[in-house]
Design a protein around this ligand. Structure first.
Ligand SMILES: [Zn+2]
Length: 192
């Protein structure tokens, strides 16, 4: 059987990362030794494009790793590990990574592309689209947010200028709404 057909069978015609059923193709997990089924996954072009273009990740898309990291297939686990490593500064990917255990050979394979190494100690804030946020940026709220400790609701569409980043936590920024400084979770904002 060809590798395409083997992978279609293994995956049930779904992206092995995000379960999409559209635009699927074989993705070879580099570096390969023997090639073939044990070093390939079946994935959609949305996943593959983001794997191959660091910096363009849609953080929410990769929530799919929450499930696919538990795949019984090693190449799927390896790709999940690499993407979680790349996105670890967002917080939740780091938590998932800490639940993954590889044998020595698999870990060496996963680490072979150097994914996530340079960012290891760096906290990077990203908005709901995965765009990097910086001190002083302007954002807009993408949903109504209750402000902790008050009856105030910051409305969807509210513009927040001159944000500050929480240096301990990549999921938090601070900004002024109605003259009051509030803490906002990065996944509920969009950079403008
Ligand atoms: Zn996918």
């Amino acid at each position: 059987m060809s590798i395409d057909r083997e992978l279609i069978k293994r995956s049930g015609s779904k992206c092995e990362l995000c379960t999409s059923t559209e635009n699927l193709k074989v993705y070879t997990v580099l570096p390969t030794q023997k090639g073939g089924l044990d070093e390939s996954i079946y994935a959609c072009t949305t996943c593959i494009d983001q794997i191959e273009t660091p910096g363009n990740e849609d953080l929410n898309h990769w929530r799919c790793l929450n499930d696919s990291m538990w795949s019984e297939h090693t190449p799927v686990q390896v790709v999940a590990w690499r993407m979680l490593s790349r996105l670890r500064s967002a917080g939740w990917p780091q938590e998932l990574l800490e639940q993954m255990y590889f044998d020595e050979d698999t870990l060496a394979w996963a680490q072979a592309t150097g994914e996530g190494e340079e960012d290891e100690n760096k906290i990077i804030h990203r908005d709901s689209n995965g765009v990097i946020l910086e001190h002083g940026d302007s954002v807009v709220l993408i949903k109504d947010l209750k402000v902790k400790g008050s009856s105030m609701v910051a409305k969807q569409g509210t513009a927040v200028r001159n944000i500050r980043l929480d240096h301990e936590n990549a999921e938090y920024i601070e900004g002024k709404v109605d003259g009051q400084t509030i803490v906002i979770i990065t996944q509920y904002v969009k950079k403008t």
